[in-house]
Design a protein around this ligand. Structure first.
Ligand SMILES: C[S@@+](CC[C@H](N)C(=O)[O-])C[C@H]1O[C@@H](n2cnc3c(N)ncnc32)[C@H](O)[C@@H]1O
Length: 381
């Protein structure tokens, strides 16, 4: 099978985790970019990237790269691409434009110029044109201008891969699935140690943890745009899926999802059921500030309220109490806390053994790691 270049888009801070995942699926020439990783692979790698990568948002297949200095030139060069190779008159398409350039400041305008060029090419050749569908098009085209370089790609994924396709419902301030998976992978979890999200909200960490522990493809319930491409290889896709299914393993770790709000736990349970992973998760209504370790050692991963709705003083006290609880009741555990409230995070009061900058949507966040040693090595200060 022929090899080609691919780009996997991700969230800020997850590039290295994504590069590791790519090595795991057999990609080569892996190069870390900003919020993206570039690599080489064949059609099977393209399909595996979509099905298996937990920290990718979309997989782009570049079809043209050129220097561009003006909107007119962009129009002309896009029109030179033979679009009939990718699109028929009866199909629909959508364009996503991004521009980081002093000459191209409006992403929407870049997308519009690209659309015009494609439409005009079809009209010119066939007297008719394919329609736009921004919701569920047959072909997603991505135009990216960085300084003077324009890259036109096909988005093989379609909607963000963070949407795993099991129709999740959300509680307040949910964490993006790719970010949750990325954090779990970043902890270096051995997939055997007990993992607890004591403030689970809609259950994202627990669900992603089961998928990781069981080596379950995150995207097993969804569809991808490449399934509509005219080079779609149905047999290869089936083989890739069967191979992935054969690699699913038993979930050995105990995985707990807890929350103080009964209504949130109900949502988390319903989500886990839809994702077909509920049998691996123990749900419990519990106030973390009244809780204690259930195992000799384990992993706590939590995303406490950031405090948008609480008084700053209250939230700062709350984080201080989280720290005290971890120190006295979770000896032998390792904890990872993600929050956008830096003031509050400081109040946890335990020694931070690692800090990572991440973004949950538009919110700048810090992921802090704490180790609650047993006995004299108790982390303090
Ligand atoms: C930011 S949300 C977590 C979102 C979650 N990561 C998700 O993906 O949906 C914070 C959660 O902490 C819960 N919570 C607040 N105080 C708590 C406490 N003392 N003990 C346990 N859970 C608590 C809230 O009910 C809320 O569901």
């Amino acid at each position: 099978m022929a090899n080609f270049t691919l780009t996997a888009k991700t969230l800020f801070g997850l590039e290295q985790v994504l590069a590791n995942e790519l090595t795991g699926i057999g990609a080569t020439n892996i190069e870390i970019l900003n919020r993206a990783v570039q690599y080489t692979g064949d059609q099977a790698i393209l399909y595996k990237s979509n099905l298996l990568l937990r920290t990718a948002l979309r997989i782009l297949k570049p079809i043209a790269t050129f220097d561009v200095h003006s909107e007119e030139q962009l129009y002309r060069l896009v029109r030179e691409i033979d679009w009939s190779k990718f699109l028929t008159l009866r199909q629909t398409f959508a364009i996503n434009g991004t521009a980081k350039s002093d000459r191209f400041t409006h992403s929407k305008y870049v997308a519009l110029k690209t659309k015009d060029a494609i439409v005009d090419q079809f009209r010119d050749r066939y007297g008719s044109r394919p329609s736009i569908d921004t919701n569920d098009p047959d072909l997603w085209i991505d135009v990216h201008i960085s300084d003077r370089t324009c890259t036109i790609s096909l988005n093989s994924s379609g909607h963000t891969l963070a949407k795993r396709g099991y129709g999740i419902s959300r509680t307040l301030a949910p964490i993006n699935e790719a970010l949750a998976a990325g954090i779990i992978l970043m902890t270096g979890w051995d997939r055997k140690m007990a993992l607890t999200d004591p403030m689970c909200g809609s259950g994202t960490f627990a669900i992603e943890a089961v998928l990781i522990a069981g080596n379950i493809p995150p995207g097993r319930f969804r569809h991808y745009n490449f399934e509509k491409w005219n080079d779609f290889d149905r047999k290869l896709w089936k083989d890739v899926r069967l191979e992935a299914k054969a690699k699913i393993v038993d979930v050995e770790a105990k995985i707990y999802a807890k929350d103080i709000e009964a209504s949130n736990l109900e949502i988390a349970k319903a989500n886990a059921e839809r994702a077909k992973v509920d049998q691996y998760i123990t749900f419990e209504k519990k106030d973390f500030l009244q809780s204690a370790a259930q195992e000799e050692n384990g992993l706590l991963i939590m995303n406490p309220p950031y405090g948008e709705r609480l008084e700053q003083e209250e939230i700062v006290d709350f984080y201080r109490e989280i720290g005290t609880r971890m120190k006295h009741f979770y000896e032998g555990y390792e904890a990872w806390i993600i929050s956008s409230n830096m003031q509050a995070l400081k109040q946890v009061g335990l020694r931070t053994s690692k800090k990572t900058l991440l973004f949950n949507g538009p919110l700048e966040c810090k992921l802090h790691k704490y180790e609650m040693y047993k006995g004299s090595r108790k982390g303090e200060g």
